[in-house]
Design a protein. Sequence first.
Length: 398
Amino acid sequence: MKVASALFVIVQGISAIALAPAVPRAARPQLRLRMSAGSDDAVELMAANEDGRRVAVSGLQPKQQASEQYVGVPPPGQYDSAPPSFVQRARAPFMGFTLLATAAIAAWQSNKAYKLRQEGLLVDFGATMIFHLGDEQEMTTAIKDFRAQLGPGKYRGQMFQSFLVALANDVPVGVNAITNTKMVMSLMRIQDSATAQVLEAAAKELQKQPSVLGKLTFVAERAMPMASSMAKLRTLFPNWSLDTVTALQRAMLENLYRDLCEKLPDGTTADGETLQVLGLSEAEATRLMQEVQEKKAADAAVAIAEQEERERAEQLQRAMEAASALSSNDSNDSPASDGGAGDDAPVTGADGTHEYECTKCGYTLFPASGRESKFFGAGFSCPQCGAGKDEFVDNGPV
C-alpha cells in the first residue's frame, strides 16, 4: 500500500510539473517526498523554492500523523543521461543502409540467376530444334514447350536467333538447311521486320567465326531474302570487304551445285525447284554441269594413265626378275669356252645393258649385258602380243 501510494503521488507530481510552463533550471523548485510512518501511512509530495518557501503539489493526508521523513526528488532533467554518441546516432541509419544493401544484393543475385536460366533455356531450344530438324510435329512441340518454360515476356525473336546460330554452327549448307529454315519461320510466325533485327543480332554473335557467319548469310539470303537485305548481312563481316564476301558467297553456291551434279546422271541438271531454292539460273546450272563433266573426263584420263604406268612398271619388274633368273642358270650350267665364236657366243651390247621395246604393245625387255643372245635371240617373240624380234627397237643403254 505504501509503495503504491508513493508511486501514485510521484506520477501526479511529475505530470503537473511537465504541464507547467518552462522556467530556467535555477528557478525550478526542489521536489521532496515526505512519508509518515505510523498506524496510518501518509505520503505527500512537496516543492520548495531556493528561498525555502514550501509549496505543496500533491499528497495523501493521514488521519493521524506520526514521525515524518523527507526524501529529496531531483527536478526533471537534472540527471538526464549524456547526449548520444556518434556510433549511437549512426546506428539506425547504418542498420537501414545494411538492410537496403542486403535487399539489393539479393535482388541482383536473383536477377542474375534468372538471366542465366533464361539463357540456358534459349541455348537448349536451339539444340532441340536442330535435333528435330525436318520433323514439323516435333519442332512445333518444342516451340510450345520452351515458350511456356521461358514465361512472360517477348522471347520469340530470341528463340529464333538461338535456332539460327545453332543452324549455322551444326548444319551443313544445302537445300535442306534453306527449306527447314523457311519451315521454322512459318511455325514461329516471324515477320520480316522482326526477322531483320534477329538476323543482325545473330550475325553480330557470330562475327568472331567468319566461316559460320558466311553459312548463315548464304542460308538467310535464300530463306528470307527481304530480311537479309534489310539486315545488310554482307556488311557485318569485321575483316572482309564487300567484294570478298560476294566472291566467297558465289564460290559457296557453285561448289554446292557441283557437289549436287556429282550425284546426278551425266548430261542432266537439277530440277527447277532446287534451282529456285538455290537462286541459280538454268544457264548457270548448265555451265556448272559441263564443268563437272569435263572434270570427270580429265580425272578419268589421269586415272587411266596412272594405271598404265603402274602396269608398265610391273611388267618391267617381272622382265628384270626373269632375266636375272635365266642369267644365273646359264652361268651355272654352261661349259668352259675356249673363246671361239659360235651360235651361242654372247652378244654384248654397247655401253652395257640395253632396253628393247616392242613397237606393237610397248612391252620392254632388259637382257643382261653380254647375254642378249640368250634372252633376245633370233627366234624371240613378244610375250605380250606375239610380235617378232624385228618389231623391237633398241632404246639404248639403260
